[in-house]
Design a protein around this ligand. Structure first.
Ligand code: R5P
Length: 282
């Protein structure tokens, strides 16, 4: 039985088809004071909860669903996009490590699966027999297989594993990375770097696009150096505010993303990758 969180309905439905398991009914009630009640009426057997958590309310809903499923024989949790995963350490003294606080708030479950979680070390904080991160860069590469001999570029060194994985799946493409400095929540600065992109298509790959500031800066550098078409590929289309317009104004040819978050550009499903991971644990 697949139980969908509010922010993962399409992916949960795809996973239910791939695994040939029914989609559970989930009842939700909102009270006048804003509190919500969740009920999963027919919990039985093995349950897979699929719930991205981009907001505070989606984190609370996940806790409620898991509590409602406490009578199941086994509980596997899939968090395709884990909100707060970037708060994975105390960057300044006195800061909350939110990724730890939230993962430790979840009950004991059989397995946890994430998709290209920002920092895989967070998996150790879940109370589960097994926690696994799935790589969806190959699925993005397959979607852009018709882009001929691209340079695959990460916007910073910490994203170079995504570029490397994408490049391998695309067919041994060249990959490189830029060097990024964050100015504030909206803006970043990129160090100047000469790249062999004159007349060549480029795919910029990152784990997530939030404001679009990072990828816009990269696109700007690439087009100034003569790149032909620049594609933006990300696992998690957070797309805060005007991110889509910002990217197109910067000159991006196409934005490609997965369905870990539901958006207008979530064209690549990670259902097969998640199903493979779940089958390995069964
Ligand atoms: C940062 O560490 C992430 O990997 C992304 O590069 C970042 O979250 C993108 O944010 P934005 O789109 O706001 O620049």
């Amino acid at each position: 039985m697949i139980v969908a969180g509010s922010r993962s309905q399409a992916l949960a439905a795809r996973l239910s088809r791939v695994l040939d398991e029914p989609l559970a009914e989930v009842e939700k009630t909102e009270f006048p004071d804003g509190e919500r009640l969740v009920r999963v009426p027919d919990v039985a057997g093995s349950v897979t909860v699929v719930a991205s958590t981009p907001t505070d309310s989606s984190w609370i809903e996940l806790l409620q669903i898991l509590d409602a499923c406490r009578g199941a024989d086994t509980v596997d949790v899939v968090i395709p996009y884990m909100g707060y995963s970037r708060q994975d350490q105390e960057f300044e003294e006195g800061e909350a490590v939110s990724a730890r606080a939230l993962s430790q708030a979840l009950p004991d479950v059989d397995t946890v699966t994430t998709v290209n979680v920002h920092e895989p070390a967070v998996l150790e904080w879940f109370d589960s027999e097994e926690a696994r991160d799935v790589d969806a860069c190959g699925a993005l590469a397959r979607e852009l297989r018709d882009v001929d001999d691209p340079l695959v570029l990460a916007p910073d060194e910490s994203a170079s594993s995504y570029a490397e994985s994408f490049a391998a799946a695309h067919g041994d493409a060249d990959f490189d990375h830029l060097v990024k400095h964050r100015v504030d929540g909206d803006d970043v600065e990129m160090e100047t770097k000469e790249l062999a992109v004159d007349g060549r298509d480029v795919v910029v790959v990152d784990d997530m696009i939030s404001t679009g500031g990072t990828v816009s800066e990269a696109v700007d550098i690439l087009l100034r150096q003569g790149a032909e078409d620049v594609y933006a590929a990300c696992i998690h289309p957070v797309l805060a505010g005007d991110a889509v317009v910002r990217l197109h104004r910067a000159g991006v040819e196409r934005i490609v993303a997965t369905d870990t978050l539901e958006s207008a550009v979530s064209e690549v499903s990670v259902a097969e990758e998640i199903a493979d991971s779940l089958r390995r644990s069964r």
